[in-house]
Design a protein around this ligand. Structure first.
Ligand SMILES: Nc1nc2c(ncn2[C@@H]2O[C@H](COP(=O)(O)OP(=O)(O)O)[C@@H](O)[C@H]2O)c(=O)[nH]1
Ligand SMILES: [Mg+2]
Length: 647
């Protein structure tokens, strides 16, 4: 099975899951079994499953065959090269291929001069007028390929301009680009390219990131500290004809060493094995040579042999376009596709299933509470009516008065519930302040200031360490206050349960420590970047600002996710209260109505009693239907990837 087919399967699996989830939610809503919070959680879950984005980044020195590999894996169906791939530097700027429905098929290019401003790359996405937009004709591969050649465009600028744009560093002579005979320096014309294509894979949420080589990467810190670390898989490419070079190693160190973070799949590809194919040599000798290159590379990168996948992107592409199965097998491209699919989709499925299991458990709990409450109410009514058997009109009237009194009492006790809410909200506001935008902004202004100090070179780690310590502390404090809220809710729910026969239960506390882990990863990606050879850049004007703004956008995402969870958690407590209050109000209504009917002799007592029996049976049916539906959902099988060799 090719990567494309496996991705399709994954997409179908996700759609099926989302559909079942929606059916269940609709059904529960129809039967009044969902409160507002659970409903929101389900909606979030459903849209997560539906729109799950998977990003694959191709990272390597120029000319290793990144663009060719992208063509071969994803775009062979077009029957020709889509991403420009030729000798020399072709991809000059990071290029993201994805699909969004809100813009037509197009290529959008951000001019390199935007680097002279402090706005972060992520923030430029929200400024569409700064991007040059070129429409793409999906049905014309020739036009498509021609338009995409724009990503290779360059400009020639003076040394001064090159320095300002971040491509020239006096301190780092070895890595500077060559100066032309006219004294000018070649730099990319564009800073970033976004390709929006209605390609089936992209429409299902795949995002492909193609990157330029070393120098071009080094000058765009956000690529290193934001984009690549957020990819679900990073494919690192070596070429069999060059082996592992110094610049390959530099890229490896900067981008591929994850420090034990296993959430990202890393694949190492030894490309261009066809350069070792030699008509005058025996197949065994060629194979031995490929294996030698493979084990050399593995050794230098400190990997196991199996972790380096030898392929020929070029022959793989040709084989797919000309439908040459023998050549495709010889290119080993299917092995790489299998490893990629398993590494990404296997992990995504585990993640989605875990989220799903939590969602379903919660939903059952909530529905269970609702059903329990209804059972209790029915039992109460039953007792009440049985007690009326053989009683005269006066007794029945007294009973009605009693219910009405109870109802009034219940309505006036709203104050207590209100008090619980206001304490809850006050504490919650403290949490929101801790993780709010102004607090974060102050923290990062401080970091920028420190990074600008002369001689910071040796103090970078400390400066980041202190800032991140405080960022983590904010999460810890938020957790402590949340614990307080949780304790308070537990106590007051217990009291309300005793007083009003509710079955309230304080919702499970969100676990914030895992967000600390996200912060650690961000800190590490920055230190790794600044630790390699980019620390010199801190002395450049505005560089620290740009770096910290890029940092801010990522930390914001982490804090916002934490806040999102806290918000939902809070909603869940409030929604339970609302649901039980309204259930209780309905119950008073039903009891009074039953008595009224008996009073007006519209129906007999026995009839009312058997009414309740019917309602009890209905409730049992609802319960078992719920059981069946949730089991159907949790029982959805995972996709078993078949090995490429069996396909
Ligand atoms: N022989 C051979 N050449 C390849 C292979 N893959 C890429 N190339 C060539 O290597 C050059 C650079 O490829 P490209 O995809 O532009 O590399 P990138 O800079 O990493 O994107 C081009 O001339 C490709 O035709 C391969 O598998 N075998
Ligand atoms: Mg390229």
């Amino acid at each position: 099975m090719s990567f494309n087919e496996q991705f399709d399967q994954h997409g179908a699996w996700r759609r099926e899951f989302a559909l079942r989830l929606k059916l269940l939610a609709d059904w529960m809503k129809d039967h009044d079994l969902l409160d507002a919070a659970v409903q929101e959680r389900l909606q979030r879950l459903e849209s997560q499953v539906r729109s799950d984005k998977v990003m694959v980044a191709f990272v390597a020195e120029f000319s290793r065959g990144k663009s060719e590999l992208i063509n071969a894996i994803f775009f062979a169906g077009y029957g020709r090269r889509i991403m420009p791939s030729s000798a020399g530097r072709t991809t000059m700027c990071p290029t993201e291929l994805a699909y969004t429905a809100d813009v037509p098929p197009c290529l959008r290019l951000l001019p390199i001069e935007t680097r002279l401003q402090t706005r972060a790359l992520m923030e430029w996405r929200a400024v569409p007028e700064k991007w040059t937009q070129i429409d793409l004709d999906v049905n014309d591969p020739g036009q498509l390929a021609l338009a995409l050649e724009k990503v290779a465009e360059v400009r020639h600028v003076t040394k001064q301009e090159a320095t300002a744009l971040g491509f020239w560093l006096d301190e780092n002579i070895d890595d500077n680009p060559l100066v032309g005979p006219d004294g000018l320096i070649e730099v990319p014309k564009w800073r970033h390219a976004l390709i929006n294509l209605a390609h089936p894979l992209l429409m299902q949420g795949l995002v492909i990131l193609d990157t330029p080589g070393l120098n071009a990467i080094g000058a765009e810190p956000e690529l290193t500290v934001s984009l690549i670390p957020q990819a679900h898989a990073v494919v690192f490419i070596l070429a069999a004809d060059t082996g592992v070079t110094k610049s390959d190693l530099a890229i490896w160190r900067e981008h591929l060493i994850t420090g034990g973070d296993e959430s990202i799949s890393r694949l190492v590809v030894l490309n261009k094995i066809d350069t070792l194919w030699d008509a005058l040599s025996s197949p065994e000798k060629i194979e031995a040579q490929i294996q030698r290159q493979r084990s050399n590379s593995a050794e230098i990168l400190d990997l196991a042999l199996e972790q380096v996948i030898p392929v020929s992107a070029q022959k793989g592409l040709v084989a797919k376009v000309t439908r040459d199965d023998a050549l495709l097998a010889a290119s080993h491209l299917p092995d790489l596709e299998f490893a990629l699919a398993e590494g990404i989709m296997g992990k995504r499925q585990i993640l989605l299933r875990t989220a799903m299991a939590t969602g379903i458990a919660e939903l059952r709990l909530e529905a269970g509470r609702s059903i329990h409450m209804r059972r209790r109410d029915l039992a109460e009514q039953m007792d009440e009516l049985r007690g009326l058997k053989g009683k005269n009109a006066t007794v029945i009237k007294q009973m009605r008065t009693r219910i009405e009194q109870e109802q009034t009492e219940f309505d006036t006790s709203g104050g207590k519930i209100h008090a619980v809410r206001s304490v809850h909200l006050k504490l919650l506001r403290e949490v929101f302040h801790l993780l709010g935008a102004p607090t974060l902004k102050n923290e990062l202004v401080e970091l920028t200031h420190r990074l600008k100090q002369p001689g910071i070179k040796f103090g970078v780690k400390k400066a980041y360490g202190q800032t991140f310590e405080r960022l983590r502390e904010a999460l810890q404090k938020a957790q402590i206050i949340s614990c307080e809220i949780h304790n308070m809710l537990t106590a007051s729910f217990k009291q309300l349960n005793a007083e009003f026969g509710f079955s309230l239960q304080a919702p499970k506390l969100p676990e914030l420590p895992r967000f600390e882990n996200d912060l650690n990863l961000i800190e590490r990606s920055h230190l790794q970047y600044l630790g390699v050879s980019n620390v010199f850049r801190l002395s450049q004007a505005d560089f620290s600002e740009r770096l910290v703004r890029a940092l801010a956008t990522r930390v914001r995402v982490v804090y916002d996710s934490a806040l999102g969870e806290l918000e939902l958690w809070n909603k869940s407590a409030a929604a339970q209260l609302d649901a039980q209050l309204s259930e209780r109000r309905r119950n008073f209504g039903r009891r009074i109505e039953a008595i009224e009917r008996i009073q007006s002799a519209a129906s007999g007592l026995d009839e009312r009693i058997s009414d309740i029996d019917v309602r009890k049976d209905e409730l049992d049916l609802l319960d078992s239907k719920l059981q069946e539906l949730t089991e159907h959902l949790s029982g959805m099988p995972a996709i078993q990837w078949t090995a490429a060799a069996d396909a």
